[in-house]
Design a protein around this ligand. Structure first.
Ligand code: HEM
Length: 450
């Protein structure tokens, strides 16, 4: 009898193992073959290459900002979906005297389990994503990482930056409180100044004023169109990083520390994993389309080195967001009232630089300067390329180096634009009071622009 139970146990174990292998098709040993399989047999991991350069793993190379931006986007999708179970984009006033959309926000705060927390995660996540994307852009510029074939990815990045702001801005209106209403009202008034701005405003609002049609349009843009478009562009952004040969980095020198042999484990055909990278076929392609780095000694397996780093970053961002969302509640002011403007009426913080410029001159501040700046920044890699081509300037600047001494001019110009924008945002946020008069924040409490 005893023997039979043992036998059954053994068979059950074998059965369990067979079931496991139909789902996870690899072990977790240290061999190069397994480390490769872990990456390319997993849908979510195979966006990574099997091997990455040692330098790309260093925190100082990227400051983790791109990954943090992506984690925030993920948090926003999850928290946004949860809010969608509750929210209704309607301005119809209910029996309690509040517009539906606003009432839903009140309910979320008081009657929905963890509702305030979920709303906080979404709201603070949106602000954080705008800020982190701007810092990521600053990092890629100051390290010259958009050069040497990565120019187009910079352009995709700029599109991502604009989409991020649009996503945040369209969400701003949804609570339908005074802050939302007047923030969006100011933003769409600025749009009027631009040539054709009336048409854009009309398309966005679906009416002459910010009302039910605008709320519905902002809602559809916010929950469906923009998240879909941004997901596609993020996928393209990541795809380009792969096809551009990983992150920008300076060439290896013979002084680099070599990756120890033990990293590669014992594999039957050592050459596949050590000297030739795993995608041999690609190397047959001539010309310089898919880039294959020959300095393989500096390549390490993405599993576990890169994946664990990304996971740690994910946990850290999540932890910070949870702490912030537990400690600080997102504002909800009185319900939107088109007849009682807030004074001052402030756009969301990322548009306050623009609003500050508009206060000096409508067209120059609101259209000409921002238009030129956005154009210059987006085209920056191609402007550099144009000047180098036309004047036969041979600069072999490799990306991935902070403040390269050959890029002092470019970096100074970009930093000037970045810091000027930051100063304008700070002035707009803290130093503007009723009627846009200059105030000291410690004198009068400032409202709006959260
Ligand atoms: C939704 C917004 C964005 C996300 C999720 C994102 C994500 C990423 C990630 C994960 C990387 C890998 C390196 C890293 O972790 O830093 C990366 C690289 C890069 N990103 Fe972004 N990015 C975004 C927006 C932008 C913006 C606004 C720009 C610039 C205008 C930009 C330009 C670049 C460039 C040029 C690279 C290659 C850098 C290199 O080779 O070192 N990205 N991005």
């Amino acid at each position: 009898m005893d023997i039979k139970i043992d036998e059954i146990k053994k068979k059950l174990l074998t059965f369990g193992e067979r079931v496991y292998k139909t789902i996870i098709r690899h072990g977790f040993d240290q061999s190069g073959l397994t480390k490769s399989k872990i990456i390319f047999s997993n849908l979510f991991l195979h966006i990574h290459p099997v091997k990455v350069h040692r330098r790309s793993l260093m925190f100082k190379s990227t400051l983790g900002l791109g990954v943090i931006a992506f984690v925030l986007f993920f948090i926003l999708i999850v928290s946004g979906l949860l809010i969608m179970f509750h929210y209704v984009p309607s301005t119809i006033v209910g029996p309690d005297g509040f517009p539906d959309a606003y009432q839903r926000m009140l309910n979320l705060r008081s009657n929905v389990f963890w509702g305030t927390f979920i709303r906080n995660m979404h709201r603070w996540g949106a602000h954080a994503m705008c800020a982190i994307v701007a810092l990521h852009m600053l990092r890629t510029f100051l390290t010259g990482s958009y050069r040497n074939g990565r120019e187009f990815n910079w352009v995709l990045g700029c599109i991502l930056g604009l989409l991020t702001i649009l996503l945040s801005y369209t969400g701003y209106l949804l609570p339908w409180d005074q802050l939302a209403y007047w923030g969006v009202k100011v933003g769409t008034e600025i749009a009027k100044i631009a040539p054709g701005g009336d048409i854009i405003r009309g398309l966005l609002l679906g009416d002459n004023e910010v009302g039910q049609e605008a709320l519905l349009r902002f809602y559809v843009l916010h929950v469906a169109i923009l998240p879909f478009v941004i997901s596609i562009v993020i996928a393209l952004h990541f795809f380009r990083i792969r096809k551009d040969g990983g992150l920008a980095r300076p060439a290896d020198t013979k002084h680099e520390k070599l990756i120890p042999h033990s990293e590669f484990g014992t594999v039957k055909n050592n050459s596949v994993f050590k000297s030739a990278r795993s995608y041999k076929l690609v190397e047959l392609v001539k010309d310089n389309a898919p880039k294959v780095n020959e300095e393989v000694d500096q390549m390490v397996f993405a599993w576990p080195k890169l994946i664990t780093r990304e996971l740690i970053l994910f946990m850290l961002v999540l932890a910070v967001m949870v702490i912030v969302s537990v400690l600080f509640n997102a504002a909800l002011e009185a319900p939107a009232d088109p007849n009682h403007p807030t004074n001052p009426s402030k756009a969301p913080w990322y548009f306050l630089g623009l609003q500050e410029l508009v206060s000096y001159h409508g067209f120059i501040g609101g259209v000409a300067i921002p238009g030129i700046l956005v154009g210059l920044v987006t085209a920056a890699p191609y402007i550099e390329m144009f000047i180098e081509t036309m004047f036969n300037i041979q600069r072999k600047i490799v990306g991935g180096v902070w403040f390269h001494r050959q890029r002092i001019l470019e970096n100074s110009l970009f930093l000037t634009i970045f810091i000027s924008m930051l100063i304008l945002i700070i002035i707009g946020t803290f130093f503007r009071g009723p009627n846009w008069a200059f105030i000291y924040p410690w004198d009068v409490p400032v409202s709006g622009g959260h």
